[in-house]
Design a protein around this ligand. Structure first.
Ligand SMILES: Cc1ncc(COP(=O)(O)O)c(C=O)c1O
Length: 389
Protein backbone atom coordinates (compact mmCIF):
# COMPACT_ATOMS: atom_id res chain seq x y z
CA UNK A 1 0.00 0.00 0.00
CA UNK A 2 1.33 3.41 -0.94
CA UNK A 3 1.13 5.53 2.27
CA UNK A 4 0.97 8.75 0.25
CA UNK A 5 -2.25 10.77 0.66
CA UNK A 6 -2.89 13.63 -1.67
CA UNK A 7 -3.42 16.86 0.26
CA UNK A 8 -5.77 19.31 -1.37
CA UNK A 9 -4.73 22.96 -1.50
CA UNK A 10 -6.26 25.33 1.05
CA UNK A 11 -9.58 26.64 -0.27
CA UNK A 12 -9.30 30.06 -1.90
CA UNK A 13 -12.92 30.69 -0.89
CA UNK A 14 -13.45 28.74 2.35
CA UNK A 15 -16.64 30.60 3.26
CA UNK A 16 -18.41 29.93 -0.05
CA UNK A 17 -20.99 27.15 -0.23
CA UNK A 18 -23.79 26.43 -2.71
CA UNK A 19 -25.48 29.71 -3.47
CA UNK A 20 -28.92 30.51 -2.15
CA UNK A 21 -30.51 30.65 -5.62
CA UNK A 22 -29.57 27.03 -6.32
CA UNK A 23 -30.68 25.99 -2.82
CA UNK A 24 -34.09 27.67 -3.06
CA UNK A 25 -34.65 26.49 -6.63
CA UNK A 26 -33.88 22.89 -5.58
CA UNK A 27 -36.20 23.25 -2.57
CA UNK A 28 -38.94 24.67 -4.83
CA UNK A 29 -38.59 21.63 -7.11
CA UNK A 30 -38.64 19.20 -4.18
CA UNK A 31 -41.86 20.66 -2.74
CA UNK A 32 -43.46 21.57 -6.09
CA UNK A 33 -43.46 25.22 -5.01
CA UNK A 34 -43.93 28.20 -7.31
CA UNK A 35 -40.44 29.60 -7.82
CA UNK A 36 -40.39 33.35 -7.14
CA UNK A 37 -36.86 32.90 -5.77
CA UNK A 38 -34.39 32.92 -8.65
CA UNK A 39 -34.41 35.95 -10.93
CA UNK A 40 -35.49 34.58 -14.28
CA UNK A 41 -38.65 34.95 -16.37
CA UNK A 42 -41.06 32.03 -16.77
CA UNK A 43 -42.23 33.42 -20.13
CA UNK A 44 -40.38 32.92 -23.43
CA UNK A 45 -38.12 35.42 -25.17
CA UNK A 46 -39.37 37.15 -28.35
CA UNK A 47 -39.81 34.77 -31.28
CA UNK A 48 -37.73 36.91 -33.63
CA UNK A 49 -34.74 36.61 -31.28
CA UNK A 50 -35.01 32.82 -31.28
CA UNK A 51 -35.26 32.93 -35.09
CA UNK A 52 -32.07 35.02 -35.32
CA UNK A 53 -30.25 32.53 -33.06
CA UNK A 54 -31.37 29.62 -35.25
CA UNK A 55 -30.23 31.45 -38.38
CA UNK A 56 -26.84 32.04 -36.77
CA UNK A 57 -26.53 28.37 -35.80
CA UNK A 58 -27.34 27.30 -39.34
CA UNK A 59 -25.08 29.96 -40.83
CA UNK A 60 -21.55 31.03 -40.13
CA UNK A 61 -21.74 31.66 -36.38
CA UNK A 62 -20.31 28.44 -35.06
CA UNK A 63 -16.64 29.25 -34.66
CA UNK A 64 -14.88 31.56 -32.19
CA UNK A 65 -16.12 35.12 -32.06
CA UNK A 66 -13.48 37.87 -31.99
CA UNK A 67 -12.00 38.18 -28.48
CA UNK A 68 -13.60 41.53 -27.69
CA UNK A 69 -16.93 40.61 -29.28
CA UNK A 70 -18.87 40.36 -32.55
CA UNK A 71 -18.34 43.73 -34.28
CA UNK A 72 -22.01 44.31 -35.23
CA UNK A 73 -23.10 43.71 -31.65
CA UNK A 74 -20.54 46.17 -30.28
CA UNK A 75 -21.68 48.68 -32.91
CA UNK A 76 -25.34 48.28 -31.87
CA UNK A 77 -24.41 48.70 -28.19
CA UNK A 78 -22.55 51.92 -29.03
CA UNK A 79 -25.62 53.30 -30.86
CA UNK A 80 -27.96 52.32 -28.03
CA UNK A 81 -25.70 53.85 -25.40
CA UNK A 82 -25.52 57.10 -27.33
CA UNK A 83 -29.30 57.23 -27.78
CA UNK A 84 -30.03 56.54 -24.12
CA UNK A 85 -27.21 58.29 -22.29
CA UNK A 86 -25.62 60.69 -24.78
CA UNK A 87 -22.31 58.82 -24.47
CA UNK A 88 -20.83 57.13 -27.54
CA UNK A 89 -18.32 54.45 -26.65
CA UNK A 90 -15.89 53.41 -29.39
CA UNK A 91 -16.71 49.76 -30.20
CA UNK A 92 -13.04 49.09 -30.97
CA UNK A 93 -11.56 50.35 -27.74
CA UNK A 94 -14.35 50.72 -25.15
CA UNK A 95 -16.77 47.77 -25.48
CA UNK A 96 -16.12 44.12 -24.63
CA UNK A 97 -18.72 41.35 -24.85
CA UNK A 98 -18.53 38.89 -21.95
CA UNK A 99 -20.13 35.64 -20.87
CA UNK A 100 -22.72 37.36 -18.71
CA UNK A 101 -22.33 40.35 -16.44
CA UNK A 102 -20.88 38.00 -13.83
CA UNK A 103 -17.83 37.41 -15.99
CA UNK A 104 -17.44 41.14 -16.60
CA UNK A 105 -17.59 41.89 -12.85
CA UNK A 106 -14.97 39.27 -12.05
CA UNK A 107 -12.70 40.31 -14.94
CA UNK A 108 -12.86 43.96 -13.86
CA UNK A 109 -11.92 43.18 -10.28
CA UNK A 110 -9.14 40.74 -11.22
CA UNK A 111 -7.73 43.14 -13.81
CA UNK A 112 -7.80 46.33 -11.82
CA UNK A 113 -7.17 45.49 -8.16
CA UNK A 114 -3.94 44.39 -6.50
CA UNK A 115 -3.58 42.35 -3.31
CA UNK A 116 -4.33 44.58 -0.32
CA UNK A 117 -6.49 47.06 -2.26
CA UNK A 118 -9.83 47.85 -0.65
CA UNK A 119 -13.12 47.58 -2.52
CA UNK A 120 -16.19 49.29 -1.08
CA UNK A 121 -19.51 47.62 -1.78
CA UNK A 122 -22.99 48.50 -0.67
CA UNK A 123 -24.87 45.74 1.10
CA UNK A 124 -27.11 43.85 0.60
CA UNK A 125 -25.57 43.06 -2.79
CA UNK A 126 -25.33 40.57 -5.64
CA UNK A 127 -23.45 37.54 -4.42
CA UNK A 128 -20.54 37.43 -6.89
CA UNK A 129 -18.85 40.66 -5.77
CA UNK A 130 -17.18 39.46 -2.59
CA UNK A 131 -15.77 36.15 -3.93
CA UNK A 132 -14.29 38.03 -6.92
CA UNK A 133 -12.67 40.58 -4.59
CA UNK A 134 -11.25 37.80 -2.41
CA UNK A 135 -9.88 35.88 -5.42
CA UNK A 136 -8.02 39.04 -6.43
CA UNK A 137 -6.45 39.19 -2.95
CA UNK A 138 -8.24 42.50 -2.36
CA UNK A 139 -10.27 43.36 0.73
CA UNK A 140 -14.05 43.78 0.63
CA UNK A 141 -15.28 46.75 2.67
CA UNK A 142 -19.06 46.33 3.03
CA UNK A 143 -21.16 49.40 3.82
CA UNK A 144 -24.81 48.71 4.70
CA UNK A 145 -27.57 50.55 2.86
CA UNK A 146 -30.12 52.37 5.05
CA UNK A 147 -32.57 49.75 6.27
CA UNK A 148 -35.77 51.80 5.93
CA UNK A 149 -35.63 52.38 2.17
CA UNK A 150 -32.29 50.83 1.13
CA UNK A 151 -30.94 54.20 0.04
CA UNK A 152 -27.18 54.81 0.21
CA UNK A 153 -25.76 55.92 3.55
CA UNK A 154 -23.33 58.41 2.05
CA UNK A 155 -21.77 59.35 5.37
CA UNK A 156 -20.87 55.70 5.97
CA UNK A 157 -19.43 55.43 2.44
CA UNK A 158 -17.29 58.50 3.05
CA UNK A 159 -16.01 57.03 6.30
CA UNK A 160 -15.11 53.77 4.57
CA UNK A 161 -12.79 55.47 2.06
CA UNK A 162 -9.07 55.16 2.78
CA UNK A 163 -5.86 55.63 0.81
CA UNK A 164 -6.19 51.97 -0.19
CA UNK A 165 -9.67 52.26 -1.74
CA UNK A 166 -9.40 51.07 -5.35
CA UNK A 167 -13.06 50.56 -6.32
CA UNK A 168 -16.55 51.44 -5.25
CA UNK A 169 -19.05 48.91 -6.61
CA UNK A 170 -22.50 50.31 -7.22
CA UNK A 171 -25.67 48.71 -8.56
CA UNK A 172 -28.75 50.62 -9.67
CA UNK A 173 -31.52 49.57 -10.11
CA UNK A 174 -30.59 47.37 -7.24
CA UNK A 175 -30.80 43.63 -6.69
CA UNK A 176 -32.15 42.50 -4.21
CA UNK A 177 -33.99 45.62 -2.97
CA UNK A 178 -35.47 47.27 -6.08
CA UNK A 179 -34.04 50.63 -4.98
CA UNK A 180 -32.87 52.99 -7.75
CA UNK A 181 -30.44 55.89 -7.65
CA UNK A 182 -31.56 59.49 -8.11
CA UNK A 183 -29.49 62.40 -9.37
CA UNK A 184 -28.71 63.26 -5.72
CA UNK A 185 -26.84 59.97 -5.37
CA UNK A 186 -24.86 60.75 -8.51
CA UNK A 187 -23.84 64.12 -7.08
CA UNK A 188 -22.76 62.52 -3.80
CA UNK A 189 -20.64 59.98 -5.65
CA UNK A 190 -19.07 62.72 -7.75
CA UNK A 191 -18.08 64.67 -4.65
CA UNK A 192 -16.61 61.59 -2.99
CA UNK A 193 -14.41 60.39 -5.84
CA UNK A 194 -13.28 63.81 -7.13
CA UNK A 195 -9.49 64.17 -6.76
CA UNK A 196 -9.11 60.49 -5.80
CA UNK A 197 -7.87 57.47 -7.78
CA UNK A 198 -10.98 55.49 -6.95
CA UNK A 199 -12.56 53.57 -9.84
CA UNK A 200 -16.28 52.85 -10.11
CA UNK A 201 -17.63 49.45 -11.02
CA UNK A 202 -21.22 50.15 -12.00
CA UNK A 203 -23.44 47.10 -12.27
CA UNK A 204 -26.31 48.28 -14.49
CA UNK A 205 -27.83 44.96 -15.52
CA UNK A 206 -31.33 46.29 -14.75
CA UNK A 207 -30.75 49.58 -16.61
CA UNK A 208 -33.85 49.07 -18.78
CA UNK A 209 -36.13 48.17 -15.85
CA UNK A 210 -36.43 51.43 -13.93
CA UNK A 211 -39.74 52.87 -12.74
CA UNK A 212 -38.61 56.34 -11.62
CA UNK A 213 -40.12 59.14 -13.76
CA UNK A 214 -36.62 60.54 -14.37
CA UNK A 215 -35.41 57.08 -15.50
CA UNK A 216 -32.20 55.19 -14.92
CA UNK A 217 -29.14 57.15 -13.80
CA UNK A 218 -26.39 55.54 -15.82
CA UNK A 219 -22.87 56.48 -14.83
CA UNK A 220 -22.27 56.93 -18.56
CA UNK A 221 -24.40 60.09 -18.53
CA UNK A 222 -21.75 61.84 -16.43
CA UNK A 223 -18.40 62.27 -18.21
CA UNK A 224 -16.44 62.93 -15.01
CA UNK A 225 -17.65 59.57 -13.65
CA UNK A 226 -17.54 57.68 -16.97
CA UNK A 227 -13.81 58.37 -17.32
CA UNK A 228 -13.15 56.25 -14.21
CA UNK A 229 -15.93 53.68 -14.63
CA UNK A 230 -16.38 50.11 -15.75
CA UNK A 231 -20.07 49.83 -16.61
CA UNK A 232 -21.51 46.33 -16.85
CA UNK A 233 -24.81 45.18 -18.37
CA UNK A 234 -26.53 41.93 -19.36
CA UNK A 235 -28.73 40.87 -22.27
CA UNK A 236 -30.08 38.10 -20.04
CA UNK A 237 -32.18 40.66 -18.16
CA UNK A 238 -33.11 42.78 -21.16
CA UNK A 239 -34.26 40.08 -23.58
CA UNK A 240 -35.49 37.41 -21.11
CA UNK A 241 -32.59 35.08 -21.95
CA UNK A 242 -30.75 34.67 -18.65
CA UNK A 243 -29.52 31.24 -19.83
CA UNK A 244 -27.63 32.75 -22.75
CA UNK A 245 -25.15 34.46 -20.42
CA UNK A 246 -24.21 37.31 -22.74
CA UNK A 247 -23.24 40.58 -21.11
CA UNK A 248 -20.88 43.41 -21.78
CA UNK A 249 -18.59 46.00 -20.31
CA UNK A 250 -18.14 49.63 -21.35
CA UNK A 251 -15.01 51.41 -20.11
CA UNK A 252 -12.48 53.94 -21.40
CA UNK A 253 -9.61 52.51 -23.50
CA UNK A 254 -7.01 52.45 -20.71
CA UNK A 255 -9.31 50.44 -18.43
CA UNK A 256 -10.63 48.27 -21.27
CA UNK A 257 -7.09 47.31 -22.24
CA UNK A 258 -6.45 45.84 -18.78
CA UNK A 259 -9.95 44.35 -18.63
CA UNK A 260 -9.41 42.46 -21.91
CA UNK A 261 -6.14 40.99 -20.66
CA UNK A 262 -8.18 39.02 -18.13
CA UNK A 263 -11.21 38.40 -20.35
CA UNK A 264 -9.10 36.80 -23.07
CA UNK A 265 -7.75 34.18 -20.68
CA UNK A 266 -10.94 33.58 -18.71
CA UNK A 267 -13.22 32.83 -21.67
CA UNK A 268 -11.40 34.32 -24.70
CA UNK A 269 -14.77 34.98 -26.34
CA UNK A 270 -18.50 34.60 -25.80
CA UNK A 271 -20.98 32.34 -27.67
CA UNK A 272 -20.77 33.60 -31.26
CA UNK A 273 -24.25 32.67 -32.56
CA UNK A 274 -25.88 34.32 -29.57
CA UNK A 275 -23.92 37.51 -30.18
CA UNK A 276 -25.03 37.48 -33.82
CA UNK A 277 -28.65 37.00 -32.79
CA UNK A 278 -28.51 39.84 -30.25
CA UNK A 279 -26.94 42.17 -32.81
CA UNK A 280 -29.86 41.53 -35.18
CA UNK A 281 -32.38 41.99 -32.39
CA UNK A 282 -30.92 45.38 -31.47
CA UNK A 283 -30.75 46.38 -35.13
CA UNK A 284 -34.32 45.42 -36.03
CA UNK A 285 -36.83 45.70 -33.29
CA UNK A 286 -35.99 45.58 -29.63
CA UNK A 287 -38.36 45.72 -26.69
CA UNK A 288 -36.06 47.98 -24.71
CA UNK A 289 -38.26 51.08 -24.74
CA UNK A 290 -41.27 49.19 -23.38
CA UNK A 291 -39.45 47.07 -20.80
CA UNK A 292 -39.86 49.41 -17.82
CA UNK A 293 -43.58 49.81 -18.55
CA UNK A 294 -44.08 46.06 -18.93
CA UNK A 295 -42.38 45.23 -15.65
CA UNK A 296 -44.03 48.14 -13.82
CA UNK A 297 -47.34 46.60 -14.89
CA UNK A 298 -46.25 43.20 -13.54
CA UNK A 299 -45.15 44.75 -10.25
CA UNK A 300 -48.52 46.50 -9.86
CA UNK A 301 -50.37 43.32 -10.80
CA UNK A 302 -48.45 41.34 -8.15
CA UNK A 303 -49.01 44.04 -5.50
CA UNK A 304 -52.71 44.12 -6.31
CA UNK A 305 -52.95 40.33 -5.96
CA UNK A 306 -51.11 40.59 -2.62
CA UNK A 307 -53.16 43.49 -1.22
CA UNK A 308 -55.12 41.23 1.14
CA UNK A 309 -52.04 39.42 2.41
CA UNK A 310 -50.30 40.15 5.71
CA UNK A 311 -46.99 40.87 3.96
CA UNK A 312 -46.00 44.55 3.78
CA UNK A 313 -44.48 45.61 0.44
CA UNK A 314 -41.46 47.91 0.41
CA UNK A 315 -40.96 50.52 -2.33
CA UNK A 316 -39.74 49.03 -5.62
CA UNK A 317 -38.39 51.52 -8.18
CA UNK A 318 -36.68 49.12 -10.56
CA UNK A 319 -35.54 45.52 -11.32
CA UNK A 320 -38.02 42.65 -11.24
CA UNK A 321 -37.78 42.08 -7.49
CA UNK A 322 -40.30 43.10 -4.86
CA UNK A 323 -39.33 43.06 -1.19
CA UNK A 324 -42.00 42.15 1.34
CA UNK A 325 -41.71 42.48 5.11
CA UNK A 326 -43.09 39.74 7.36
CA UNK A 327 -42.38 41.69 10.55
CA UNK A 328 -46.14 42.20 11.13
CA UNK A 329 -47.09 38.54 10.72
CA UNK A 330 -47.23 37.15 14.27
CA UNK A 331 -46.62 33.51 13.29
CA UNK A 332 -43.35 34.47 11.49
CA UNK A 333 -42.13 37.64 13.18
CA UNK A 334 -39.85 35.86 15.65
CA UNK A 335 -38.16 33.64 13.06
CA UNK A 336 -35.07 34.45 10.99
CA UNK A 337 -35.82 35.27 7.35
CA UNK A 338 -34.02 32.10 6.17
CA UNK A 339 -36.43 29.97 8.20
CA UNK A 340 -39.47 31.87 6.98
CA UNK A 341 -38.31 31.34 3.38
CA UNK A 342 -38.10 27.59 4.07
CA UNK A 343 -41.56 27.51 5.69
CA UNK A 344 -43.10 29.39 2.76
CA UNK A 345 -41.60 26.91 0.30
CA UNK A 346 -42.35 23.73 2.21
CA UNK A 347 -45.74 24.54 3.74
CA UNK A 348 -47.24 27.23 1.51
CA UNK A 349 -45.69 26.32 -1.86
CA UNK A 350 -43.96 29.61 -2.75
CA UNK A 351 -40.17 29.94 -2.94
CA UNK A 352 -38.55 33.32 -2.19
CA UNK A 353 -35.09 34.55 -1.22
CA UNK A 354 -34.31 35.76 2.32
CA UNK A 355 -32.57 39.14 2.05
CA UNK A 356 -30.11 38.48 4.91
CA UNK A 357 -28.08 36.19 2.61
CA UNK A 358 -27.09 39.20 0.50
CA UNK A 359 -24.97 40.53 3.39
CA UNK A 360 -21.40 39.53 4.21
CA UNK A 361 -22.37 39.33 7.90
CA UNK A 362 -26.09 38.65 7.69
CA UNK A 363 -28.45 41.43 8.80
CA UNK A 364 -32.01 40.19 9.19
CA UNK A 365 -34.55 42.93 8.52
CA UNK A 366 -37.38 40.40 8.21
CA UNK A 367 -37.77 40.83 4.49
CA UNK A 368 -38.03 38.39 1.61
CA UNK A 369 -37.37 38.97 -2.10
CA UNK A 370 -40.07 37.97 -4.58
CA UNK A 371 -39.26 37.82 -8.31
CA UNK A 372 -42.20 39.12 -10.35
CA UNK A 373 -40.72 38.38 -13.81
CA UNK A 374 -43.44 35.78 -14.18
CA UNK A 375 -46.63 35.22 -16.14
CA UNK A 376 -49.69 36.82 -14.53
CA UNK A 377 -51.17 33.39 -13.89
CA UNK A 378 -48.02 32.40 -11.95
CA UNK A 379 -48.15 35.57 -9.85
CA UNK A 380 -51.88 35.09 -9.24
CA UNK A 381 -51.41 31.49 -8.06
CA UNK A 382 -48.51 32.47 -5.80
CA UNK A 383 -50.51 35.36 -4.29
CA UNK A 384 -53.50 33.07 -3.64
CA UNK A 385 -51.23 30.80 -1.58
CA UNK A 386 -49.58 33.70 0.25
CA UNK A 387 -52.90 35.36 1.08
CA UNK A 388 -53.89 32.24 3.04
CA UNK A 389 -51.22 33.04 5.63
C1 LIG B 1 -27.17 42.78 -9.84
C2 LIG B 1 -26.76 41.70 -10.76
N1 LIG B 1 -25.57 41.77 -11.34
C3 LIG B 1 -25.14 40.82 -12.19
C4 LIG B 1 -25.94 39.74 -12.50
C5 LIG B 1 -25.41 38.68 -13.42
O1 LIG B 1 -25.86 38.79 -14.72
P1 LIG B 1 -25.52 37.63 -15.77
O2 LIG B 1 -26.57 36.59 -15.63
O3 LIG B 1 -25.54 38.33 -17.09
O4 LIG B 1 -24.17 37.11 -15.43
C6 LIG B 1 -27.20 39.62 -11.91
C7 LIG B 1 -28.04 38.45 -12.19
O5 LIG B 1 -28.95 38.12 -11.48
C8 LIG B 1 -27.63 40.63 -11.02
O6 LIG B 1 -28.83 40.58 -10.44
Amino acid sequence: MDPFTLQLPKSRLPEVGTNIFSIMTALAQKYGAINLAQGFPDFPPDEDLIGYAMEALQGNGNQYAPMSGYPDLKHQIALLTETLYGYKPDPETDITITSGATEAITDAILALTSPGDEVILLEPCYDSYIPAIRLAGAIPIPVALNTDDYSVNWEAVQQAITAKTRFIIINSPHNPTGAAWTIKDIHKLRELVKHTHILILSDEVYEHICFLPEGHQSILKYPDLAERAIVVSSFGKTFHVTGWKVGYCIAPPNLTMEFRKVHQFVTFSTAHPLQQALAKKLQHQSNIQSLSGDFCHKRDFFLDQMKNSKFRPLPCNGTYFQLMSFADIPQFAEFPDTQVANILTEEFGVATIPVSVFYNSPIDNKVLRFCFAKKEETLERAAQRLCKI
